[in-house]
Design a protein around this ligand. Structure first.
Ligand code: ZN
Length: 273
């Protein structure tokens, strides 16, 4: 049985949030066994905390929101994906705002931050949820399911009407190596025609071609890192959202899944234990 892990030393970055546009400092700190990933709102009185677990999900519009009492954080899925894929079970994430830095729109800067801190084993076994029967969340034109499997694998089909995107399929056995090489650097996408509506809702205020792959009409304004960058990013989001159910052994099969479906599946997985 693998051992639980935390980071060896603290590490910090600063930046702005994708949706809030707010400046934020984020510091990762080692945490003891059994802690899980816990966000600490250092900017609020009493520094309230919220644990990264599916029962704390309160919102899924364009990003995943966690809330426990006064502590609210959102757009945490890319950082959670990096912890999950690198095998970090326990960490305190202290932030001076509700949203982590968007970085370059991918999880790679969080991978580098965790690697800079170092990963250390702790004196307790990991807990795995082993999927023994299929669990499914469906909506009329999309679904996500998880099936029994000896590993952690994600097969995702994305469907997008944009002529440069279309149907993309990605299938990866998720290990720290495959995550770093194939998934972590894939960025969020956005469309120019959505920008004004999103901003009117207080979303995407920190978004730019520096941190989002932006499509305008039939053009892409941001050079792609992969020809199928969108589906790789969708897989990144699934990893981050399912991290809210802890370490899992199973095969995820998804079509057009979103944060709402991903986190609903995470809740089902937690409830199945
Ligand atoms: Zn994302």
């Amino acid at each position: 049985m693998p051992r639980q892990s935390t980071i060896a030393t603290s590490a910090a970055i600063t930046g702005i949030g994708l949706h809030s546009g707010s400046s934020v400092s984020l510091e990762l700190r080692p945490a003891k066994t059994g802690t899980g990933i816990v966000f600490v709102r250092a900017d609020l009185p009493g520094k309230p905390r919220v644990k990264a677990t599916a029962t704390n999900v309160t919102g899924t519009q364009r990003a995943t929101t966690l809330e426990d009492g006064e502590a609210k954080v959102f757009t945490v899925e890319h950082l959670l994906a990096a912890f999950s894929a690198l095998g970090v079970d326990n960490c305190e994430v202290e932030m001076t705002a509700a949203e982590p830095p968007v970085t370059d729109g991918s999880a790679l800067p969080f991978v580098r931050l965790i690697q800079e801190a170092g990963i250390v084993e702790q004196n307790a076994d990991c807990q795995y949820t082993i999927i023994t029967e299929a669990l499914t969340v469906r909506m009329p034109d999309k679904f996500i399911a998880i099936l029994p499997y000896d590993g952690f694998r994600i097969s995702f089909t994305s469907v997008n009407p944009h002529p440069l995107i279309g149907i993309q399929y990605g299938d990866y056995e998720i290990t720290s190596n495959s995550f770093i090489q194939e998934v972590a650097s894939a960025r969020t996408i956005g469309f120019m025609h959505e920008v004004e509506a999103l901003k009117a809702q207080g979303l995407a205020l920190g978004g730019s071609t520096e941190n989002v792959v932006v499509y305008d009409g039939d053009k892409v304004l941001t050079p792609l890192r992969f020809s199928d960058e969108l589906v790789r990013h969708k897989i990144l989001d699934v990893i981050g959202d399912l991290a809210l159910a802890g370490r899992i052994r199973g095969h995820v099969i998804a079509v057009k899944s979103s944060h709402a479906l991903n986190t609903a599946l995470a809740k089902q997985i937690l409830a199945s234990v």
